[in-house]
Design a binder for this molecule. Structure first.
Ligand code: CAO
Length: 415
């Protein structure tokens, strides 16, 4: 079956996590992704957080599936020549270098347009135009600067970063959408364009409910679904709200059987208004259905803490999966707190392809995530990440270099 992005060629100048997330997605949809790396070391993540000596790390392998790798020193004359051939050959150049690095390499937007006017230049940067545009940025910096950290954590605790890599992988996802959109527009205009996804903007986009709450707070000076209501105080900025639900249906994380020894014996429980009678019945408080202190969502907001304490008395009598089974049958939205161990070994996630096993020539078998976006006409087979420079000869031959030229470039330290 033809893949959705078959025929699209990506010059992949990305490293670490944000850019590689983007180009891996494009590769999963069938684009030919040519990853350009420095010989010797390559993408720094190949050597970071290694669990097996001298073997590409899981950090690298899990972000670079379905790609080809070539080594190239772009700061040599020969390297620039090969790079120009790649710019002519490819549709999109994706990069997440520090601000200014691409220009210092001589690959300015003007140069790209002169070399290939159809080329799309897609970049991740930490910040958009403004006071911080020249800064280098990593995941947690973006989480802090994008509003995630100030709104995550306990009411009385420090700002907190989340385990979900919303700054890196989140921005990579944004960039991938920008690229396919620019490819679509190019099919009408014939022209390339620049695509920029700043990490701060991507995190803020993912935190938009907190910007919503900031404006509600400024108007009404209170946020009824936050744990600070009704007894605590609100300041002038959206506070941290622990595990309170970010939406209109109050929710909380509650203990389940075994919580004393199992750090993940918990369930997220949502008191959706539509199923309030079922909640009252299942926890053994049927009189709460009619009691005016509990009968309406508005009334319940005044008693959320005691309500969740009472529901927890019930969830503590069940293990999280048992509770999930009972609650789902009653249409009560809830979710068990699943550990990475449970996710890694979940047979249904293996069957659906959410988690896949990949074989690697030096690492052996390992687990990774599958493509989370499923296209019925373009299924994804996850293939292993490339070894450093594994496809250098193959790609240069495709660009028209003869074997002798490739050897010469290699001996000159270009490859
Ligand atoms: N040949 C020759 N030189 C190369 C090369 C190649 N194939 N590939 C990269 N280089 C050079 C670059 O040209 C740059 O050189 P100069 O600084 O002399 O111009 C140098 O390598 C290093 O690039 P860098 O500054 O991007 O890398 P870094 O490790 O210092 O910084 C990072 C890493 C992530 C902080 C920075 O790239 C960045 O801020 N990127 C944008 C935001 C981003 O994507 N952050 C998320 C990363 S994932 O957590």
């Amino acid at each position: 079956m033809t893949k959705a992005l078959a025929g699209v060629r990506i010059l992949d100048f990305t490293h670490v996590q944000s850019g590689p997330t983007c180009t891996q997605l494009l590769a999963w949809f069938g684009a030919d992704v040519i990853k350009v790396e420095r010989s010797g070391e390559g993408d720094a993540t190949r050597g970071q957080l290694r669990d097996i000596p001298n073997v590409d790390s899981l950090y690298f392998t899990m972000l670079n599936h379905n790609k080809r790798s070539i080594t190239l020193n772009t700061k040599t004359a020969g390297g620039r020549e090969v790079l120009d051939a790649l710019i002519r050959h490819c549709d999109v150049l994706v990069e997440n270098f520090a601000p200014g690095a691409l220009d210092r390499m001589g690959v300015t937007w003007e140069h790209i347009q002169k070399t290939n006017p159809r080329m799309i230049l897609a970049s991740v940067k930490g910040f958009g135009p403004g006071p911080y545009e020249d800064c280098k940025v990593y995941e947690n910096v973006a989480q802090c600067a994008g509003g995630a950290a100030s709104t995550t954590g306990w009411e009385d605790g420090l700002p907190m970063v989340t385990g979900a890599q919303i700054g890196d992988s989140g921005t990579g996802l944004h960039l991938a959408l920008g690229i396919v959109t620019a490819l679509y527009q190019r099919s009408q205009t014939g022209r390339g364009q620049k695509v920029l996804a700043p990490m701060q903007d991507a995190v803020l986009n993912l935190c938009r409910v907190k910007l919503r709450d900031q404006q509600r707070l400024e108007r009404t000076h209170t946020l009824h679904e936050y744990p600070q209501y009704p007894d605590g105080k609100f300041g002038d900025a959206v506070p941290r709200s622990g595990n309170a639900s970010g939406g209109g249906q109050p929710g909380s994380i509650l203990k389940c059987k075994g919580w004393e020894t199992d750090p993940n014996a918990y369930i997220y429980f949502i008191t959706q208004a539509a199923v309030w009678p079922a909640i009252c019945t299942v926890i053994g408080e049927p009189e709460w259905i009619e009691d005016e202190a509990y009968a309406t969502p508005q009334a319940r907001l005044l008693h959320l803490k005691p309500i969740f304490r009472r529901i927890e008395q019930w969830t503590m009598t069940k293990d999280k999966i048992e509770a999930m089974d009972i609650l789902n049958k009653l249409d009560i939205p809830c979710g068990p707190i699943l550990s990475m161990k449970e996710l890694a070994h979940d047979p249904s996630l293996r069957a659906s392809g959410a988690v896949v096993e990949v074989d690697h020539p030096t690492r052996g078998k390992y687990l990774t995530v599958g493509n989370p976006i499923k296209l019925s006409d373009s299924p994804t087979e996850v293939t292993r990440s490339p070894l450093l420079g594994e496809h250098t000869d193959e790609v240069l031959t495709q660009l028209g270099y003869a074997a002798g030229d490739i050897e010469r470039l290699r001996s000159q330290g270009v490859l």
